[in-house]
Design a protein around this ligand. Structure first.
Ligand SMILES: Cc1cc2nc3c(=O)[nH]c(=O)nc-3n(C[C@H](O)[C@H](O)[C@H](O)COP(=O)(O)OP(=O)(O)OC[C@H]3O[C@@H](n4cnc5c(N)ncnc54)[C@H](O)[C@@H]3O)c2cc1C
Length: 337
């Protein structure tokens, strides 16, 4: 294994912020994780860097997960079981399952990043969360110095949340996910819960959509709405959609009648962070080199030459504006390193 020093991480993250890793190595094989050199000291597990804010230099060992591999692991009467290495590109993996006739992940098309990071925040989009299709996570546990297998229930998935975040392992680098096994039921049904998707399919005159039709529609919608990180550096949605008590949502709706409200199973109400940010005047607005994207207020963008501090300044200004107008607290979605 080759350990490198003082490695530039800017190109390893989609926000393109400056920062160097004191030590860095690429993990291309799960067995490398058992190396004694990796057992000690602070570390950080890096995937595609698409949910990350670099605050500056990283005084840790960065393990860049690049474990390849994808295969049909087994099949029974009810489902296909597909396994992929942590370093596989998520979007390419989803398209590969569709080409092979294993539908079920199409609503998560074009989400950047790696397969190994998908369980960390339980990625979700267009009415589907990855936890709904996940069977088992395999990870190297640095504390126990052993591989562990976590079932879907063990992972304690919730909205943009999992055991890995609840235990702080995503920050401490205790667990390195090496592969993920997905269960894709053969009884496939199109998931058209999101009006945008149904509208896009109608515009394409598709009445009985296949999984690939849905993927194509979602890719088109995302390309219209979201900036391509290769052109405009960003980390996707920058804030979680806040969830408030029903009573609080009712009060807000009295003063803001067009407030979008999404009732949750537990009786609380999810609000749209993008709408709150837009109403607070931040859509297309910037503070120095960091602003909120003009086509989608929820996406924070690096307009060129930004640092981690610039990101924090804009983030705090947006949070303050939303707090002043709605008395609602926005929490950031990306990990700050
Ligand atoms: C344009 C854009 C659109 C996006 N859209 C969505 C969306 O629709 N839905 C959504 O949920 N997210 C979205 N995101 C966020 C991001 O794509 C996901 O969070 C993705 O899963 C991050 O993957 P990554 O490999 O880049 O992880 P990184 O950013 O590298 O890491 C994220 C976290 O995961 C940990 N981690 C990474 N790999 C591993 C591993 N193998 N083992 C253990 N820990 C690991 C890291 O330590 C870190 O804490 C978007 C981002 C962008 C830039």
């Amino acid at each position: 294994m080759i350990l490198q020093c003082n490695v530039d991480l800017r190109a390893c993250t989609t926000l393109a912020l400056p920062g160097r890793a004191a030590h860095y190595t690429k993990i291309t094989n799960a067995a490398q994780l058992a190396d004694a050199d990796l057992a000690e000291g602070p570390r950080f597990i890096l995937g595609g860097g698409s949910n990350l804010v670099l605050s500056g230099n990283v005084d840790r060992l960065v393990l860049h997960m690049a474990i390849p591999g994808k295969r049909l692991a087994k099949e029974d009467a009810e489902a296909f079981y597909i396994e992929a290495g942590a370093g596989e590109n998520w979007h390419d993996f989803v398209q590969w399952t569709l080409i092979h006739g294993w539908p079920g992940l199409e609503n998560l098309s074009l989400i950047p990043g790696t397969v190994g990071a998908a369980p960390i925040q339980n990625i979700g989009a267009y009415g589907l969360e990855v936890s709904e299709r996940l069977h088992t996570v395999t990870a190297w546990d640095f504390e126990r110095q052993a591989f562990v297998k976590l079932s879907r229930d063990n992972c304690r998935f919730a909205y943009r949340d999992s055991l890995f975040k609840q235990e702080g392992w995503h920050l401490s680098g205790r667990m390195a996910i090496t592969s993920v096994l997905f269960r894709l039921p053969k009884a496939w049904q199109p998931n058209l819960r999101y009006a945008d998707v149904a509208q896009e399919l109608a515009a394409r005159k598709v009445t009985e959509p296949s999984a690939q039709d849905i993927a194509a529609a979602i890719i088109a919608i995302r390309q219209r709405k979201l900036p391509d990180p290769a052109v405009i550096p960003n980390a996707g949605s920058f804030f979680h959609n806040p969830v408030v008590d029903a009573a609080r949502a009712d009060i807000l709706a009295k003063t803001h009648p067009t407030l979008p409200r999404y009732p949750q199973a537990d009786g609380r109400v999810k609000l749209a962070a993008g709408w709150l940010i837009e109403q607070a005047g931040w859509k297309g607005k910037a503070l120095g080199p960091v602003g909120m994207y003009e086509k989608q207020a929820l996406v924070l963008i690096n307009r060129g030459g930004a640092t981690g501090l610039d990101v924090r300044n804009t983030m705090q200004a947006v949070q303050a504006a939303v707090r002043d107008k709605f008395a609602v607290e926005l929490t950031p979605e990306p990990i700050f390193l």
